[in-house]
Design a protein around this ligand. Sequence first.
Ligand SMILES: *Cc1c(COP(=O)(O)O)cnc(C)c1O
Length: 459
Amino acid sequence: MRYISTRGRTEALSFQDAVLTGLAPDGGLLVPARIPDVSSELDSLAGLGFVELAKAILPRFIDDIPQPHIEHLVDAAYRSFSEPGVVRLETAGDIPVLELFHGPTLAFKDVALQLLGQMFDYILKARGQRLNILGATSGDTGSAAIAGVRGRPAMDIFVMYPHGRVSPLQELQMTTVTDDNVHCIAVEGSFDDCQGLMKRIFGDLDFKAAYALGAINSVNWARVLAQIVYYGYASLQLPGPVSFCVPTGNFGNVFAGYLAKRMGFPIHRLVVATNENDILSVFFRTGLYRRGQVRFTISPSMDIQVASNLERFLYYHLDEDTAALQGFMDTFDRTGEAQLQAPGEELFLATTVDTPNTMAAIRQVYLETGYVADPHTAVGLAAARRLKAEGKVEGTLACLATAHAAKFPEAVDEAVGKPVARHPTLDGLKDKRFRRTVIPADIDAVKELIQNRAGQSSL
Ligand SMILES: *Cc1c(COP(=O)(O)O)cnc(C)c1O
């Protein structure tokens, strides 16, 4: 399988090159040259667990890693999950809930980042290369990325976060990982400062080449690929056709569901559920894509205004017309907004759930069903309950649960009115040794740190 850029000005890449490249050189996102069709095999695929389904699906997108090696990578990636089946189908009353948070950092990003860590390691070793991963995080992504690559000699990971502005729990999830190749950088500034520093360092092409800098953010194709599997799995386990309600920020998760449907899995509709940062829900209702100010909410991993993965969907929505897509993105970059026909009425539904309604959903779902939902999952549950009450979705509507409630104890305990959000993994963190470096929001300080630390652990 070859990978092509949504902007059409990059030569097609192999899977391995697509994984190492992340963002295409022409500024676009990489997508497979064609979408494999599994619609004639659903009966046999329906008998498979998550791990077996991953082994059946991934090779259709990967032709430069031998099948036994892919199987080995999948086994190694998902061994770190506490749930033997990796994901778990639960229920909150009459709503099926697909729990994706049984990985090492208790958020759904582990499903993709555990596999991506294995793939990086495999590809770098085969090529005799090293990689220095640089990322900026406001919380969740940093710890999942660190958990994916900790202890791997072919890589160092440098994660910047705003000093004093991530939750103490989130900081401990990153800084208590004391493998030599993990470098947590508390930047004296805001999350925007961290992202600005990252962009400037990636923009310094000499430095980027000299230190083999790589990114691990959600534009990486391998992350989408890992996420397709659980949509396929759940669509075959539940009475179908199944619709999915997805709490969304960057559109990475919803896009994986879109591809699973295009592959022929029995998926009916996809519900785009946002918090007050509603750029995506406005877009899917009206076709207007307009950037606003980021609002800070109790579901911080969805406090995003520009959804980087939407570009992949737009590429298909515009019938793979790269010039039309380039025009749309240029207009958006220049003016902060761009307009299309309202996309995919028959496939997508979209709705916004604000903070009071999210808190109410956590409380009501707990009182009515006993299910403890984290604030991100609760945005999805509130959206699902609303759409069902309005009669907008027929058939099974399953919610994706993206984080364990114990990652966000303040909001969850307050909503329920008593302490319900606990997890042993997190309880133990407070007593652990932690390690971080505090630096000013200054590009030279970051570069110096990378220069001094890169590759030290493997010497
Ligand atoms: C990242 C994240 C999301 C949003 O996922 P996208 O792929 O960016 O839409 C939702 N919930 C949690 C807990 C997350 O960590």
